[in-house]
Structure formats: structure tokens, C-alpha cells
Design a protein around this ligand. Sequence first.
Ligand SMILES: Nc1nc2c(ncn2[C@@H]2O[C@H](COP(=O)(O)OP(=O)(O)O)[C@@H](O)[C@H]2O)c(=O)[nH]1
Ligand SMILES: [Mg+2]
Length: 396
Amino acid sequence: MGVVGKPNVGKSTFFAAATLKDVQIADYPFTTIQPNMGVAYLRTQCVCREFGVKDTPRNSLCVEGVRLIPVRLVDVAGLVEGASQGRGLGNQFLDDVRQADALIQVVDASGSTDLEGRKVAPGSNDPLRDIEMVEREFDLWVFGILKKDWERQSRSLEQTGGKIVEHLANRLTGLSVTFGDVEQVVLHLKLRTEKPSHWTDEELMHFVMGIRKLTKPSLIAANKADLPAAFPNIEKLKGTGRTVVACASEAELLLRRAAEHGLVAYTPGDRGFVVPSPEKLSPAQKNALGMVDEMVMKVYGGTGVQEAINAAYFGLLNAIVVFPVEDETKLSDKGGKVLPDAYVMKGGSTALDLARTVHSELAEGFLYAIDARTGKRLAGDHKLGNRDVVKIVSTK
Ligand SMILES: Nc1nc2c(ncn2[C@@H]2O[C@H](COP(=O)(O)OP(=O)(O)O)[C@@H](O)[C@H]2O)c(=O)[nH]1
Ligand SMILES: [Mg+2]
């Protein structure tokens, strides 16, 4: 997941809040991490209470029935107009975005920063323009990559009978774009695959936009929602029909730090927080937490940071969380750990996909799977549901 946007909208604050490590996970799945890459959590209701068991998580955390599953987050360099021409940190931006499955586009909903990220009077900048700018720069960059030798390449493909879909897919592999993605967009736009040299710039641009929407789906984190100037803009952003999550990253960062120090009881994504010993708070801390409660929790029912991450996975990517177990009655692994792992998988993943994710050998010897809830046998092509608990039966 990439966190993108123009400078000074709160990307780093969002990133810091989302990746603040309050608990260490033993089986840490991400070993080498670049400075702008961190681990955030996907939040889902654990199945432990439904099954009435005490779980012993290994690859994730369970905090009072809430399962937190690590996912990778990238704090992407701020984007300015002209980045596609190499202005600002343009290339750095595009490098960071390559690997992302989806994007959280952070905007300054309070409108107190101009297109370049400079401070202006609250309400004077229109965040809709920022979104357009960021997406336009992305499109122009990809367009530039394809356009560079388009005339020559397309004519040579026509002469040799080469496939334009293949050519495009090769050009875009660095962006994690597949042959299937390209094919889907080309078909949808009814582009003439046999005559790529006849494609207009406009058609090529439509192709690029189609690829962006398909392979880098994004939602809007309407940040600085705690500032009153943000209210009308959030409504306006929602009016575009896109997924918009009102966010107060600074408030989330404050709460997570306070939780780390035991000053509040707060799990990321909670709708409120509890102060166990008010007498331990300094007047400044009391004041800051009071503001968060008044300006954020009471208005939005949460800071939106966790909600944005969840919406990106469950909404944009239709992800599911699956709990593989080796003993479907005890819900444990061989060592007796109960509900040890929670896997985030693409929507539509099958029992066989789960076997592959757990271990390639499990998939090779796959016989069938068992749904721990119903005890029913599942075939390899059975599509799994969110929060399924599954045992794989395999000859290996
Ligand atoms: N009021 C308010 N200010 C915020 C919020 N998040 C970030 N900021 C402020 O916005 C400025 C830019 O934040 P930063 O995270 O560095 O932005 P970036 O350039 O997009 O990474 C800083 O002064 C932050 O304190 C928020 O939720 N509310
Ligand atoms: Mg930053």
C-alpha cells in the first residue's frame, strides 16, 4: 500500500501513526525494510471469540478479540506538478509507487496548503485539484514511458506480426502490471490491436488511465479533518463518488504514542479511547486528549487512519482474511498454537490458493480442505470467504 499526495498534506504523519510499533511480533515477516517502508496493520474481528477459544497468534496480534495483521506501507515522496518531467522528487515518487497494490491518496481537506504544499489560508485550496494533479502526473509519466518510441515500435510490430498487448505488458512490468491487466484494458477500450500505429495520443492516454485505475486503485484520505475548514471539503470530496475517509493523522499519532506510554487504552481503529488514570496526565496531555475527543472522536467516530487502511484492502482490493489450521477441532497448528496465523488474500482466492500461500508442498499434494465452522469438505477451486478457518488435507 502506498501513501501518496502532494507535499505537506500529512503523508508522513499518516505513515508514522500507521506504522508506530507498539507491540513486537515474534514472527516478523518483513526483515529488511527501507526507511520509507513500514509495517501497518489490517484490523479485523478475530474468530477466537466466536469459537470460544483462547488464541496464541504467531504472524499477527490479537488484542481483545481484534486481530491485527501486518501489511506493508510505503511513505511515497511528495508529488508536485511537473514531476512527470522530472521536477521535484518525481522519479523517487514513481519508484515508490511501482510496487504498490493500491494507493491511499492523502489530501489536505482543510485546504490550507496550495498545489505546491505551501501554507495558505485554511479553505483557500481545493483538494479536488490536488487529486487531479497527482493522478495527471502519474498518467503523464506512464504515457511518457510508452510514447518514447511508440511510432517505431508499433510499426515494427505491425510488420513482424508482434503483439501490442505483449509489448505494453513488457513495458509496464516494473509497475507490477500484468499481461492480463493490459489485455483487459485494451479490450474494454476497444483499441485496435492490429493497428497500434493508428492509436491517437488520446487513445494511448485513455489506456494509461485505464491501467492506473485497474492496477493502482486508490482511495482518498481526507486528512486534517480536525480543522473546521475541512468540513465542507469532505462533503465535496464525497460528492465525487470516490471512496473518501475523513482522517486526522496527527490525532492518531498522538493516541498511539499515548497508548505506548500506557496513558490511554486505545487499539488502532477504536471509535474512542479510555484514560485509565486521569491523575497521571499533565495538564497539556489532558488538553490534547480532550481536543482529540472533541474535534475527532465525537465528530467522526475515529481518526480514520485505520479505517483508510482497512478500506483500501477490504474495499479496493476485496481482500479476505483466512485462518489456516492443522487441527480443525482444536483450531491449532502442530505445536498446539491456537489460530496461529491470519493471512490476507485477494478476494476470490480458493482453498488451493491458500495451500499455495501456506506452503508449496501443501499445494502439490492437495486432496481437499475442511471448513472448521461447518466441518464440510471443500474442493481446491472452492472460493474462500472472509474470516474462514480452514484445514488443508494434503499427501505431503
Ligand atoms: N491539523 C492537522 N495537521 C496535520 C495533520 N496531519 C498532519 N498535519 C500537519 O501537516 C504538516 C505536514 O505534515 P507531514 O506529515 O510532514 O506531510 P507530508 O509532507 O505530506 O509528509 C505538519 O505540520 C503536520 O503536523 C492532521 O491530521 N491535522
Ligand atoms: Mg513527508
